[in-house]
Design a protein around this ligand. Structure first.
Ligand code: PLP
Length: 410
């Protein structure tokens, strides 16, 4: 039940901020000195104030003092220990199914190849034309190298593929179905369980890109019967530029799948320096070489902050923030020629909203001049990332008010 009818006045946003149980988390992050309204946490999350202390701890005590001994004391197991935390708390995975390693792009390459090797008689890969560019480039490169057919589907509503659209393309010749969980442009959420079922009925594997869901949308990898997943940590998890990514492999598949980069960190007993490559039957076989320890320590911090906030509360606030943006769009921006390019139902979208306008590029530049940082996504989208740990309701109000006042006819 709605206790009050929303108005477009700023007091409404101020009241939402006053009742926001996550309001205090903004203080845990360093804020830009020039009062910028930062709505790009889905490209690069803000810096937690504690980041410097964590880096200092690892550098000064582990690197500086314990030196090489830190590998056996902590660093060797850090990628799977922190992977377990992330997987169990935020992805609905079990212990031993997630590891922090490499970048999303490299992990995609590893898992795509592992999945294709597991179905050597299958000749087709199915994905979406609107998937994030790095995903598509890697798919195209692998498909060409192996002479496989790559089917790129297009969503009828321009937002996210439906099971009905995907089902006819996935057959007994299909090795892999690669999809984004939350679309990086529209924010539309893809129905994970239904897609997994379509793939498993055809004997194909699913690979999910979780970059725009991890940390803001609850993911149920186990319950939805997903096979494989990748995601990054520098967006909603605030782990810093180039912080290592994660990958997930359902336990049942681990001993059957082999990734193509046979590095020594995926060797059963890496310090035996054996001649033969023997990957262990665990998630460790999906690592490659020496992990980035400073970056991994910040992944732990980012996950801890989100766990402390509570993923349920983060999700609730994300829906309320995007709902406020939709309401103000209707009140102010529809008549100025802005379209709403995200799902209207808050249950069906992640933590960003996109507005459509033919002059989107110039409008984004204009917003930047007024210290509102958003993303331009070609050809005509203005993307507002509403990261719940750092964005206030009044930030949404102020940003869209700036848009209405200064950018109506750019
Ligand atoms: C950000 C993002 C990536 C980034 O991949 P990197 O290897 O970290 O550069 C990949 N996929 C999606 C959907 C993204 O949003």
């Amino acid at each position: 039940m709605v206790s009050r009818i929303p108005s477009a006045g700023r007091e409404w946003a101020e009241e939402l901020d006053r009742h926001d149980p996550l309001a205090a988390f903004r203080d845990r992050f360093q804020l830009p000195q020039d009062q910028t309204i930062y709505l790009d946490g889905n490209s690069l999350g803000m810096m937690p104030k504690e980041a410097m202390a964590r880096l200092t701890k690892v550098a000064q005590w582990q690197w500086g003092d314990r030196l090489i001994r830190s590998w056996s004391e902590d660093w060797l197991e850090a990628p799977s220990r922190i992977g377990d935390l992330l997987g169990q708390e935020l992805l609905g995975a079990q212990a031993g199914e997630v590891v922090i390693t490499d970048s999303v792009s490299v992990n995609l390459y590893k898992l795509i190849n592992a999945a294709l090797d597991a179905g050597p008689d299958r000749t087709r890969i199915v994905s979406e034309r609107a998937i994030f560019p790095t995903d598509r480039y890697i798919l195209e490169g692998v498909a060409r190298a192996r002479g496989l057919e790559l089917v790129l589907l297009e969503a009828g509503d321009g937002q996210a593929l439906t099971p009905e659209e995907v089902s006819p393309a996935v057959d007994q010749s299909t090795a892999l179905l690669l999809l984004q969980h939350v679309d990086y442009r529209s924010a539309a959420i893809t129905e994970m369980a239904a897609m997994n079922q379509i793939a498993s009925q055809a004997g194909a594997l699913t690979l999910w890109d979780l970059c725009h869901s991890v940390g803001v949308v609850p993911v149920e990898l186990e319950a939805s019967r997903a096979d494989l997943a990748v995601g990054c940590t520098y967006k909603y998890l605030n782990s810093g530029p180039g912080a290592p990514a994660f990958l997930y492999v359902r336990r049942h598949h681990q001993k059957l799948l082999r990734q193509p980069i046979w590095g020594w960190f995926s060797q059963a007993d890496q310090f035996a320096m054996e001649e033969l490559y023997r990957p262990p039957a665990s998630i460790a076989r999906f690592q490659v070489g020496t992990p980035n320890i400073l970056g991994t320590s910040l992944v732990q911090l980012g996950v801890e902050l989100t766990v402390e906030a509570g993923l349920g509360r983060v999700r609730t606030k994300a829906m309320a923030l995007t709902e406020l943006a939709r309401f103000l769009h209707q009140q102010w921006l529809l008549d100025l020629g802005y379209g709403f390019a995200s799902p209207k139902d808050p249950n069906r979208r992640g933590a960003h909203v996109s507005l459509r306008h033919p002059s989107a590029r110039a409008i984004c530049a204009e917003l930047g001049d007024h210290r509102v940082v958003v993303d331009y996504r070609p050809p005509d989208l203005i993307r507002f990332g509403l990261a719940p740990l750092t964005v206030r309701f009044t930030d949404v109000w102020d940003a869209l008010n700036t848009l209405r006042q200064f950018c109506p006819h750019v």
